[in-house]
Write a protein that binds this ligand. Structure first.
Ligand code: IFM
Length: 459
């Protein structure tokens, strides 16, 4: 039995009283993704995804972990939704597993669709808004066998998928995000092979990015047509860089890092062109772009989701690129990532200044991993409370400088399958014991709950 008598209060987040974060119009939520939590990979007609293949390939994922069981959310979702309700946040960001809702001929799988229908209806009944991502990295393996994101044909398959789910779930979704973090899908998946499908060719990566963005733009029109009451957007991960020295070459290296991580995705979406400096970094790696593609990609958005985690120090590689360098002594998370909330504020202000048509922003992911343990029914995670607090202050800072930010989602609701790092890295505000599937609230979850309780409710 727990002897946890700790007290939690909203003040622990140290949000100034005049901050918009206190307003009930500012949306708070928490986020997950299908492959990271669902498990049940062989049930109800789900077909294999690239992450099943990748994680079952020896040496690809730490400790040989796979998403086979994960948090068993496929069976335990009612309990998990109760946790979200108890947390008191207004929104839940989840993703649909394409290989669960369509078969290997890209035809509907009624059982898979029924799972998400039940879940979305239960969220609605609880008054929790659903922010739904179509693609959070679990590409059906049969599509990868035909070239995956490097084959333009994937755009048509994705369009069919977007059409199906937006017809099926019309009216249950507040906001659709087409893709989560296309940079990771393209660069980590196709250039460096640290994510599924584990390919290693820069030219594949740039072509994959082009098809990801084209699939996004194509889906935007479909989602709007099928579910006109929902918002439509996309989620991008962004990175902040700092140069190791003030030398012009190192400064340029830091600039190129951000071109590669941020502008590669945001420029086509918001300006309708790829950043010219990307080809200075990667000469000759331009994708094949057909007439009209960039116009499709730059379809107007209702919102832009921004995921931010850390800053990276770089220096010139002596040629036309950059290399990452160590920053001894800085505060880091269990991932080894630097804790640097100022980077989030700087990037948001920069996007606001650089993109004329920047849509309203949601911070769709922010959070940290720590090696959390349950001791006497309690998980003490002061570093996560401080992390969330400082990043909320960065959001507040950006809003005070005119950036239109509408909400903030904590990554993640639960500890889960952290891709190449398996189950060792714990991002949840709720702890998961993978042997028993017991959920234990961490102190951070309780503090967020206290903050939500202390906010005035909308009248
Ligand atoms: O767990 C991931 C998530 O799937 C995508 N954004 C980053 C998180 C932490 O690495």
């Amino acid at each position: 039995m727990s002897t946890n008598s700790a007290k939690y209060s909203a003040e622990q987040l140290e949000i100034p009283k005049d901050s918009r974060l206190w307003s009930p119009d500012f949306l708070f939520g928490t986020a997950t993704a299908s492959y990271q939590i669902e498990g049940a990979i062989h049930e109800d007609g789900r077909i294999p995804s690239i992450w099943d293949t990748y994680s079952n390939t020896p040496g690809m994922v730490l400790n040989g972990d796979t998403g086979e069981f994960a948090c068993d959310h496929y069976h335990r979702w009612p309990q998990d939704l109760e946790i979200i309700e108890e947390l008191g946040v207004q929104a839940y960001r989840l993703s649909i597993a394409w290989p669960r809702v369509m078969d290997a001929k890209n035809q509907p799988n009624p059982k898979g669709l029924a799972f998400y229908k039940r879940l979305l209806e239960a969220l609605k009944a609880k008054g929790i808004q659903a922010y739904v991502t179509l693609y959070h990295w679990d590409l059906p393996q049969w599509i990868e066998d035909r070239g995956g994101w490097t084959n333009r044909e994937v755009v048509y398959h994705f369009a069919e998928y977007a059409d199906l789910v937006s017809r099926e779930f019309k009216g249950l979704v507040t906001a659709w995000a087409t893709l989560n973090e296309p940079w990771c899908s393209a660069f980590l998946g196709y250039a460096v092979g640290r994510h599924a499908p584990g390919r290693q060719n820069l030219r594949y990566a740039t072509q994959a990015m082009h098809h990801l963005l084209l699939a996004h733009g194509t889906a935007v029109a479909i989602l709007r047509r099928n579910d006109p009451g929902a918002q439509v957007g996309i989620v991008a991960n962004v990175g902040a860089a700092v140069a190791e020295t003030p030398s012009p070459r190192d400064q340029d290296a830091a600039y190129l890092f951000e071109v590669q991580h941020n502008d590669w995705v945001l420029d086509p979406l918001l300006k309708g062109s790829y950043p010219a400096d990307l080809w200075r970094l990667w000469p000759g790696a331009e994708p094949l772009v057909l007439e009209g593609d960039l116009q499709t990609i730059a379809a107007p958005l209702d919102f832009l989701g921004i995921n931010y985690y850390f800053r990276t120090q770089v220096k010139s590689d002596g040629r036309h690129g950059f290399i990452e360098t160590d920053m001894p002594g800085v505060e880091r998370t269990q991932m080894g990532w630097e804790v640097y909330p100022q980077g989030l504020a700087r990037l948001l202000k920069g996007f606001h200044a650089n993109y004329r048509n920047l849509p309203p922003i949601y911070i769709t992911e922010n959070g940290m991993a720590s090696d959390d343990k349950v001791v006497d029914g309690r998980v003490t995670d002061p570093s996560r409370i401080s992390f969330i607090s400082r990043h909320l202050l960065a959001v507040d800072d950006a809003m005070r400088h005119g950036v239109d930010i509408r909400g903030y989602f904590i990554w993640s609701l639960l500890d889960n399958f952290e891709w190449a790092y398996g189950y060792e890295r714990r991002f949840g505000i709720v702890h998961v014991d993978y042997d028993t599937q017991a959920r234990t609230w961490k102190d951070s979850g309780r503090v967020v709950q206290a903050f939500m309780k202390a906010r005035p409710s909308r009248t």
